[in-house]
Design a protein around this ligand. Structure first.
Ligand SMILES: [Zn+2]
Length: 334
């Protein structure tokens, strides 16, 4: 953002100011459908970082983290511009809905780049991408486990083939994550999620990173803190705030994933927690029938780390129990 004024519709921030407002994308019968935007226009010119949360609006820690950052960063301390959308999907937020819009039943994070003539999720995707996210050089989309998921934190980036952009994206993902980095690439065991905001923004030339932390409709301070630390690490690395990023511990690179599903219906008695390292053949759950008989002992088919545990405990045949990462030590050259 090169000029002194940053403007998104009628939200306009002069250099050295913070401005809040709303961007209207449509209407329900009872009022506007809109999303909030906060523009922090630093005293000194520099890069533009966009922060979004609430694309899935029941993933609360990212929402709280983006809100917290917009309240704590002062324009006089900031070099460059932060454009933040703390809750993208307000209909979902209001309805406490997981994954899908209560208005058109679509998953917004599969709808990008959207369409100005589609249903409300498609319009929302179109406006968010074209009027907000592409204004930025860098972008973080904050997610977490949705209502039915307990999740181990990670960060991801969808490789584009543009070496300079991909280097930025990889660096930001490493700065964001407390441990696991997933780099998505076509033709690998971790293909990109087409239609997601971060994939589409990267295709448009924005170094756009997915930050995932939080679980199952909760708002735990420790999860908020992981998002906040990730955002501030990125912001400091980019020279937008004083101080150095703080990265602790080794990174692990996700190189694949597998999902363990139930063969038998019944009640799941899990023997693992999210984040646990698993060995091939390790027993991870018993399935009990309605009388308490053990009808199946579920084993991990490979070595991995438990990434998502679904919160449902009464399962039908074929339903997922655990999704795991296959990991390697991070290679900083790759
Ligand atoms: Zn999500």
């Amino acid at each position: 953002m090169k000029g002194d004024v940053v403007r998104i519709r009628d939200v306009e921030a002069q250099r050295g100011t913070t401005q809040r407002g709303f961007v209207r994308v449509g209407e329900t019968p009872v009022g506007p459908i809109q999303f909030p935007v906060v523009i922090i226009q630093g005293t000194k010119p520099g890069p533009t970082l966009c922060l979004t949360a609430g694309v899935h609006a029941a993933e609360y820690p990212g929402i709280a983290a983006v809100t917290q950052v917009t309240r704590s960063v002062r324009p006089e301390d900031l070099t460059g511009t932060i454009i933040a959308v703390p809750v993208v999907n307000q209909p979902m937020f209001q309805a406490r809905a997981g994954f899908l819009s209560p208005i058109d039943g679509l998953n917004l994070n599969r709808m990008f780049p959207g369409s100005p003539t589609g249903s409300i999720s498609e319009i929302l995707a179109h406006v968010l991408l074209n009027e907000v996210v592409v204004l930025a050089d860098y972008h973080i989309d904050c997610h977490g486990g949705d209502l039915t998921e307990t999740l181990w934190p990670y960060a991801g980036y969808s490789l584009t083939g543009n070496p300079q952009l991909d280097e930025q994206g990889k660096t930001l993902a490493r700065l964001y994550t407390p441990r696991i980095v997933a780099l998505y690439e076509e033709g690998t065991p971790l293909p990109p999620t087409k239609g997601s905001l971060t994939y589409t923004a990267a295709q448009r030339g924005v170094a756009s990173v997915l930050g995932e932390c939080g679980s199952a409709g909760t708002l735990e301070p420790a999860d908020v803190e992981i998002h906040v630390r990730g955002i501030l690490n990125v912001t400091r690395f980019l020279g937008m705030l004083p101080g150095d990023p703080s990265v602790q511990g080794d990174r692990l690179r996700a190189v694949g994933q597998f999902t363990v599903t139930a063969r038998r219906g019944g009640l799941v008695h899990l023997k693992i927690r999210v984040g646990d390292p698993l060995k091939s053949g390790q027993e991870i759950a018993e399935i009990h029938n309605i009388f308490g008989d053990i009808v199946d002992r579920v084993q991990s088919p490979a070595d991995g780390i438990a990434r998502i545990i679904w919160t449902h405990k009464a399962v039908n045949t074929g339903e997922p129990l655990v999704r795991c990462w296959i990991v390697e030590p991070e290679r900083l050259d790759g």
